[in-house]
Design a protein around this ligand. Structure first.
Ligand code: AMP
Ligand code: MG
Length: 337
């Protein structure tokens, strides 16, 4: 298949592709999404084929007007309304029992549907010119998510109809996913809206244990997507958990051919290996913004192993930690303080 590049001010062509059942990669404020008509099961099935995504991993439906939400879910309860008023448009995905019109390809056979109202003007305009869009991240399944049009092109050229040539993503990690189909509401994936912000808006919110740990054997995944190793470059990533000096000493002792460090800006001068910075130690938003580009850079520069400093789990740090630990396949070394 020939993939075309569409400029962001020529969205009519992209809308036409969607309406006839094709696939278009679009910029959003979180990461680039791979979009299809959410109510066309055959079109949605092509997303799974293009990404090599397991069919049991459900997709998020993107809307550009609150009125579209009502048609997609059975009802919108009070807490959902408050979350929407507080965080939409923006990087929050809300799961509720689904309406009958949602194809099984979107919900992966679950009786719920995940919905988000993105703030990105290009995503909004594409939805307004077409229909609600089912869209996962526009990367090959398992690899780091795309935060610019080049990442998408590298993964998807020849596999989809079109890529919209937009700007780099502002947030850089995927949306926060919260389910209101359970009580109390539960975060299934941390992202651009923090757990602290959610609690401020609606009170008690729990965090699914799979956010921080691998699923224990016999444990049921709340979302099938939580089972898989994810966000990984081809190179091996090993997380080192400990203070700056311990991190620097460990990496310098293990320096060698093909080995790099994924580190904080402040650590660069002390490291004797090639470095890829994910940002300043206390700037979680910057780390989120750079994380996936940094993970892709590990492969682009030909490293076989990168030692990464284990991120903090406060605020947006939790989203960075959640991606990093999956990129590392949960391989963590605890360093002495
Ligand atoms: P991505 O494919 O990277 O955009 O991620 C979509 C995320 O939303 C995945 O982690 C899915 O497992 C999750 N998700 C989507 N729909 C549902 C649902 N109905 N229930 C639980 N998780 C969902
Ligand atoms: Mg994804």
């Amino acid at each position: 298949m020939e993939t075309i590049l569409i400029e962001k001010d020529c969205l009519e062509q992209a809308a036409e592709i969607i309406k006839r059942g094709g696939l278009v990669a679009m910029p959003t404020e979180t990461v680039y999404g791979l979009a299809a008509d959410a109510l066309n099961g055959a079109a949605v099935a092509k997303i799974f084929a293009a990404k090599g995504r397991p069919m049991d991993n459900p997709l998020i439906v993107h809307i550009a007007d609150l009125s579209q939400w009502d048609g997609l879910v059975r009802e919108v309860p009070e807490k959902a309304r408050i979350l929407a008023e507080t965080f939409w448009p923006g990087p929050l995905t809300i799961i509720l029992p689904k309406a009958d019109c949602i194809p099984d390809e979107v919900s992966a056979g679950l009786d719920t549907v995940a919905v988000r109202f993105p703030s990105h003007p290009v995503a909004q305009e594409l939805i307004r010119r077409s229909v609600p869009l089912a869209a996962p991240s526009a990367n090959l399944s398992g690899s780091p998510s795309p935060t610019n049009a080049r990442h998408v092109w590298d993964d998807m050229n020849g596999r989809i109809d079109a890529v919209i040539n937009g700007d780099d993503c502002a947030v850089g990690v995927e949306s926060t996913v919260i389910t209101l189909a359970s009580d109390p509401p539960r975060v299934l994936r941390p992202g651009g809206v923090t757990v602290e912000q959610l609690r401020e808006a609606i009170g008690e919110v729990t965090v699914d244990s799979a956010v921080l740990q691998p699923l224990q054997s016999g444990e049921q995944a709340a979302s099938p997507g939580m089972k898989y190793k994810h966000y990984s470059p081809r190179a091996r990533i090993v997380l080192l958990n400990g203070p700056e000096q311990a991190f620097v000493d460990y990496v310098n002792r293990h320096a060698g051919e093909g080995i790099a460090a994924l580190c904080y800006e402040e650590e660069i001068p002390a490291l004797n290996v090639p470095v890829i910075s994910i940002g300043a130690e206390n700037d979680y938003a910057q780390q989120a913004n750079r994380l996936f580009t940094a993970l892709r850079e590990v492969d682009e520069r030909g490293f076989r192993l990168a030692y990464a400093h284990c991120p903090d789990t406060e605020g947006m740090g939790l989203a960075v930690y959640n991606r990093m630990i999956r990129a590392a396949g949960f391989e963590v070394i605890d360093l002495e303080a």
